[in-house]
Every structure is written in C-alpha cells, then in structure tokens.
Design a protein around this ligand. Structure first.
Ligand code: EPZ
Length: 421
C-alpha cells in the first residue's frame, strides 16, 4: 500500500491543470450501455473509479480502450450479461447506476445492492422507487436488485422527496429509451447532471431542463454513438483552490468552469484570499504571512456549497484567526477527517452535524490516516500547511478521485512524495 509524505510549511506557487470530473465521467461511461454504436469520451480522467467502472462494463460485454489525449472509447454492440455482481459493485457505489441502462436495453437486470459506505448509509430507495414508477417490477433477492420490465419502461411523472444526484442521473438514463414522456420534479441541479443530459442529447435523446428542478424527457427509440468531452472537475478545482488559500501563495487553476463553484469563491475571499477569474482559469492568491479569517459554512445540494469540499474547507478553517462553524447537511457521517486534523494540532469539536473549528496559529506534521476520498484531500491540504512531516496512509482513497495529485502539487513547489508503506 502507498502512503503520501509531505514536508509542509511552504506556500504553493504555480499552475494546475484540472482534469475531467470523476463524478461525471463514471456516469457518462455507463451511457455506452444504451447504444450499439461506439461512445467516445474526451477529457477523461484516469482514476481508480473510472478503472472500476471500466472493469464492470467489460464484464457486461463492453469493449473499451484508452487513447491519447485523455480519450476513451466504449462500445457495447451486444451485452454479454444483465448482471452486475457484488464484487464489482461494492468497489464503487456509482456502479449501481448501470441498473437503469441495462433494464432499459434488455428489459431485465440483476444488480448487487451497493451497501453503505464510510460517509453514511446511502440507501438507494429513491432509485428503486423511480424504476418502479417507470414500470419496472423490483424484487430484492439475496442482496441483489432483480428488475424486470416486460414490454419495456414507460414514461412517468416522478417527484423526488429530496434532492438526490444519483437518483436523478439514474432515472434520466433509464427514461431516455422509455415509451412516452417522463417528468422529474425536485431533480438535482449539479453540473454533472447537465453534462449527462448534454451527452445523452447528442446521442439523440430528448431531455429538456437539466440544471433545473424540473426535467422533461421524451423517450426515443434509439440512441447513437457520439464524442463528448467530460466537464472539468469542480471538486478537484475547489480542492486545489482551498489548498492554495490554506498554505498561501499564488496558484492558477486551468481548465476550470469557475461558474460551477459559485458558492466557494465568496467564502474563500471572506477567508482572506484573493480570487481572480480569467476566461479559462482562476487565480487564488494569499499572503502566507497574514492570518486567515474564520468563515461559517453549511453544505447544500447544488448550487449550494458542495459536501465534497467540506473537509477541505475545514482544513483551511483550522488555521483561521477565530471560530468557524461547519454544518454537514448531506451525509450523516462526514466528519471522519476531524480526529485526523486534530492529530495535526487542530482544535475541532463535533456535535451532531456541526463542527466548531477554533483556529490555531499553526499545525504540526504527524502520521494520519485517510478515511475517504475527500477527507484524504483535506489531510493533504493541512499537511502542506503544517510545519514538519505529515505522512498520510491509506491513500488508495485519494487515488479513487484525484489524478496525479502529488505531481500537480509538486509542480507548485510542494514537497510531497508517494512511498510504499
Ligand atoms: C453523489 O453521490 C456524488 N457521487 C457524491 O460524491 C456527492 O457527495 C453527492 O452526490 C452529493 O453531492 C457521485 O456522483 C459518484 P445523493 P450520490 O444521492 O448520488 C440520500 C465523492 O466524494 N439518499 O445526492 O450517492 C443519501 O444517503 C462522492 O466524490 C437516500 O436516502 O448522492 C444522501 O444522504 C461522495 N436514498 C443524500 O440522499 C437514495 O435513494 C444525497 O445523496 C439516494 C440518496
């Protein structure tokens, strides 16, 4: 197993190229199941999660290949199976989202329930209710969802009781080939939803309203192959922006959609960093000699502040001159980074869904353990700002979602290396 070792206390300076969004890429990959023509994805990140998805798709009969320039082609002329086994689904929850496309193409699917994960129970009840509304019969047998739709899926009006990114995406993927119109109310509005709809529409789907709470989908008979560029990763961009604000220095982020981080920029500015936008990039600048200011934040569905940046935001607040209150509204157990940040000298008290962060003058390096993907990123940011050496173990979490993180940060002057544990 690898660990990451950082000798901190250095400001970041340089430019970082942001990769394609993991959370878009893994759903886009599954779209190849909806057509017998090849799907080409460009700006494709190479991550553990995209590899896990490729492995699952391969099991289903998809031929896939990586090309130069972050390109991937996926082709499913026929499906070899309609079953996604536990061993492949448990590696990554989002792989559950192959259920809808398989069901819509083959009128039957058997997909392992994904189970909970470190950040919370994460049920899939909304996904299953939506499939039932589209006319599927759902049975739970031996840990598997067995779905059948004799004669195919049929359009329906579906109101989600609360906003779910995964359920919105999954229902869209299933409804594009259903007969008639589907209307989704209280849909998620994340940029990844728009990316998915853009790709599907380019394939011939008829989706209107992605990015708004009401999405209308007119079912079509067939989808075709297409080439689509994955949207830039707003969470990766936000992570580096927060790391730069935490350490101080000056970092330009290239290949960013700054409009996708509208909730972050004012808060970074409030903390004392200067944020400047240009056409394709964002510059984050802060004098490392000045103290950060405390900022309160609460996570919300898009366009609110993303839960996937909460841990990284907390790392910044650990060094602020005052008290910040951070509230996590999306997942019930997403404060596992707190005990690890405390090992670095942070002063954090967690009560239920709130963390009270009393800023300290400096953090000090220590051995810490990554507990999930975004928690790992917060430890990296804190380690970069801390004096002395921080070693972060279990970095396989990090490799699920950050492409070449040590190279990108190393290019900005960070003393960071990957080592065998
Ligand atoms: C997506 O997860 C992202 N994952 C998450 O990123 C992200 O944190 C989350 O959206 C919120 O933005 C991917 O896109 C692969 P939800 P998802 O359905 O779709 C509850 C990362 O680090 N819920 O919007 O699973 C659920 O438990 C990951 O990259 C149900 O109760 O999130 C949660 O509390 C972590 N029943 C809330 O809704 C359901 O059927 C929102 O979850 C579905 C969800």
């Amino acid at each position: 197993m690898d660990k990451i070792v950082i000798t901190g206390g250095r400001a970041l300076k340089g430019e970082i190229e942001i990769s394609g969004a993991k959370n878009s890429a893994i759903k886009l990959m599954a779209l190849c199941l909806l057509t017998d023509e090849p799907l080409e994805l460009t700006n494709m990140p190479d991550l553990m999660d995209t590899r896990s998805m490729a492995q699952l798709l391969e099991h289903l009969g998809v031929k896939h290949a990586r090309g130069p320039g972050a390109r991937m082609t996926l082709h499913a002329p026929d499906l070899a199976h309609t079953e996604a086994p536990y061993d492949l689904v448990r590696k990554m929850r989002a792989s559950f989202n192959v259920l809808g496309p398989i069901l819509s193409r083959e009128h039957k699917a058997r997909v392992s329930l994904p189970g909970g994960c470190a950040i919370g129970a994460r049920p899939v009840d909304l996904h299953l209710k939506a499939m039932e509304s589209l006319g599927a019969k759902i049975d739970l047998v031996d840990g598997y969802v067995v779905a059948t739709a004799k004669g195919g899926l049929k359009g329906a009006e579906i109101t989600f009781p609360f906003v779910s990114v995964g359920a919105t995406e999954h229902t869209m993927m299933a409804a594009v080939l259903a007969k008639g119109e589907t209307v989704l109310y209280n849909a998620a509005r994340e940029p990844e939803i728009i990316d998915l709809a853009n790709c599907l529409n380019a394939m011939g789907a008829q989706i209107v309203g992605a990015g708004r709470s009401e999405i209308r989908i007119n079912g079509v008979d067939k989808l075709s192959g297409v080439s689509h560029a994955v949207v830039p990763d707003r969470i990766e961009a936000g992570t580096y922006a927060l790391a730069a604000a935490t350490t101080g220095g000056k970092v330009r982020l290239a290949n960013v959609r700054s409009d996708h981080l509208g909730a972050l920029w004012p808060l970074i500015a409030q903390a004392g960093a200067k944020v400047t936008m240009d056409e394709t990039g964002v510059v984050i600048e802060r004098n490392p000699k000045s103290r950060l200011r405390p900022v309160d934040v609460e996570t919300q569905a898009y366009p609110g502040f993303p839960t996937d940046l909460q841990a990284q935001f907390m790392a910044m607040c650990c060094l602020a001159d005052g008290v910040s209150i951070i509230r996590e509204n999306i997942f019930e157990n997403r404060f596992m980074h707190c005990p690890e940040l405390i090992r670095l000298g942070a002063n954090i008290k967690v009560t239920g869904r709130e963390a009270i962060v009393r800023g300290v003058k400096e953090l000090r390096g220590a051995p810490v353990m990554a507990t999930d993907l975004r928690a790992s990123a917060s430890l990296i940011a804190a380690g970069l700002a801390a004096h002395g050496e921080t070693s972060i173990s279990r970095v396989y979490h990090l490799d699920r979602g950050f492409e070449h993180i040590e190279v990108k940060l190393g290019n900005c002057g960070a003393r960071i290396k990957r080592m065998k544990e």
